[in-house]
Write a protein that binds this ligand. Structure first.
Ligand SMILES: *[C@@H]1O[C@H](CO)[C@@H](O)[C@H](O)[C@H]1NC(C)=O
Length: 526
């Protein structure tokens, strides 16, 4: 076994079929859904035979057996969640104590996270090791572009990874920002287009405000982090300002797909690979859950609010009302909740941990009640299960809105009236086959691709290395200034010509007819 493996490796090496690249993957966010996505990238690249150095805030999350992934532990970053307080709690959000739509909050949090990452000793040690080189860097974009500095540290191409549907803030890095009349801001709670007149104004205002804020507040802080933690490790001949580097990525891998989002215009250097994090063969269900699901003659409703929202934050009264409503259903309910509840009805099963993909994959699963995180929505489409979304923060509002627009979901807001509202929408979906039909249709579109998203991920990363940064994919829009795109220079020229014309006409007019009026004036003056 070992021998044949060695032999294959030697053969592959000799024939040059597999080039093993050294890849630096940086995704230092201490959030479970981000970690699931970046773990997925690490695994695909390692399985393709590449050597991955992976800067991660949750190193224990990745279960990968094999020597191809070297983890750099920045779990100290978890402290920023403490700084943000216990703010990701249902209670704080219901009491409107935090606002995840607030840009200042988002930007400061992610900048702080970047600062903690680069000041981390493990990362500084990596930079100091002069024998270390990389063929390409894959960096997650999350409201800061300071990671682009790594391209100068290692003098190699950079690939952005965006975790959400493509939006103007990331597209401007590889092409140009989308037209605000067509697409709202990523933190907006609205998604539906076409926009009305007032909505278009709002969209434009949001855009201008974020742009201004980013350029005045974020850029300075990024420059500071770059100069302090990265520039000392850059060979002085290779020094490039951060403001050049941020626009010099070779590619952007996007966790999106047209079945999940909109058919928007995308540059050649944007590659949608949404759904790659779902493994081809789902893991078998644990025996207890398998039995519950197999025996559920009226179908299973799976209820999970994701990994950030904790059950202890639910008000007691709400827990009781939810139990009462779920108990009244004829379906079996699997509720991911961290605590066992007293007076639990017999059709409701509470599990503190749930293998979400395996549950959704079970043919008896008829409905998913979810917080509307992008991964959950992707999995709902992957496995073809309709959804009731209870958005709580960040992009969940737009995700759920999108799912509702696509016709396979209903939205419920998180209030003390949750149980009543939920009941109405759950009944709506269970009694009308159109939601299930729609999600199955989208699921077909989602799966009907020339290659799997995981294969595409590996292909494009290798393509960038093989073509030394894929300059052929760069959008020409990157080098055309704003005023030229809008022909503001032409407008200025027309204005100048028009003014000149007016001026000349007045001159000519006064030359022919002006004498008398001047005389009159003179008379008056005299
Ligand atoms: C931009 O990226 C390309 C490809 O990775 C690289 O060759 C080039 O040196 C970079 N430019 C700057 C100014 O860093």
């Amino acid at each position: 076994m070992m021998w044949s493996l060695h032999l294959t490796c030697i053969l592959l090496f000799l024939t040059g079929i597999v080039d093993s690249y050294k890849i630096l993957l940086i995704s230092p966010l201490p959030g479970k859904s981000h970690v699931i996505l970046s773990d997925g990238i690490a695994k695909y690249l390692a399985n393709a035979g590449h050597e991955v150095t992976y800067i991660t805030a949750m190193p224990e999350n990745l279960s990968y057996k094999g020597g191809n992934i070297k983890k750099i532990d920045v779990s100290k970053n978890l402290e920023i969640l403490k700084v943000a307080g216990d703010s990701i709690s249902i209670k704080a959000i219901m009491d409107k104590k935090v606002n995840y739509q607030d840009q200042r909050f988002m930007f400061s949090m992610f900048l702080e996270n970047a600062r903690m990452t680069f000041s981390n000793e493990a990362v500084q040690d990596l930079f100091k090791d002069k024998s270390q080189h990389f063929d390409v860097i894959v960096a997650e974009w999350m409201f800061t572009e300071v990671y682009a500095g790594l391209a100068a540290v290692y003098d190699c191409p950079l690939i952005w990874f965006s975790t959400v549907e493509p939006h103007w803030m990331v597209l401007r890095l590889i092409d140009e920002g989308t037209n605000p009349a067509l697409a709202v801001d990523v933190l907006s709670r609205r998604i539906s287009t076409p926009l009305s007149f007032v909505q278009r104004l709002e969209s434009l205002y949001d855009r201008m405000y974020t742009y201004y804020f980013y350029h005045t507040f974020v850029y300075d802080k990024e420059e500071e982090i770059y100069s302090k933690y990265m520039v000392p490790h850059i060979n002085s001949q290779k020094y490039t300002p951060l403001d050049v580097l941020r626009y010099n990525a070779s590619l952007m891998l996007g966790n999106s797909h047209v079945s999940l989002g909109e058919a928007s215009t995308l540059p050649q250097s944007y590659k949608p690979i949404g759904g790659y994090h779902i493994e081809k063969n789902v893991k078998p269900l644990p025996d207890n859950i398998k039995k519950i699901m197999d025996d559920a003659n009226n179908g299973v409703i799976y209820f999970s609010m994701g990994s950030n929202i904790k059950s202890r934050d639910f008000p007691e009264e709400l827990k009781q009302k939810l139990l009462k409503f779920l108990g009244g259903l004829k379906q079996t309910v699997i509720w991911k909740f961290e605590e066992e509840l007293p007076n639990r009805p017999s059709n409701v099963h509470i599990v503190s941990w749930a293998p979400q993909q395996s549950i959704l994959a079970h043919p008896n699963c008829v409905l998913f009640i979810s917080h509307g995180g992008l991964l959950s929505i992707t999995e709902a489409i992957h496995f073809g299960v309709p959804l009731v979304g209870i958005p709580v923060f960040a992009d969940q509002f737009t995700n759920v809105e999108r799912a509702v627009n696509k016709g396979f979901a209903k939205k419920v807001l998180i209030t003390l009236n949750l149980a009543e509202d939920l009941k109405e929408q759950v009944v709506n979906i269970l009694n009308d086959p159109k939601y299930t039909a729609k999600v199955k249709e989208l699921s077909f579109i989602y799966h009907d691709r020339p290659v799997t998203p995981g294969a595409e991920l590996v292909f494009w990363v290798e393509h960038v290395v093989k073509t030394r940064g894929a300059p052929h994919l760069r959008s020409p829009a990157l080098h055309v200034p704003f005023y030229q795109k809008l022909y503001l220079d032409l407008l200025a020229l027309i204005l100048i010509l028009a003014l000149l014309a007016v001026f000349l006409i007045v001159k000519i007019f006064s030359a022919f007819f002006g004498q008398s009026s001047i005389t009159i004036n003179n008379k008056k003056l005299n």
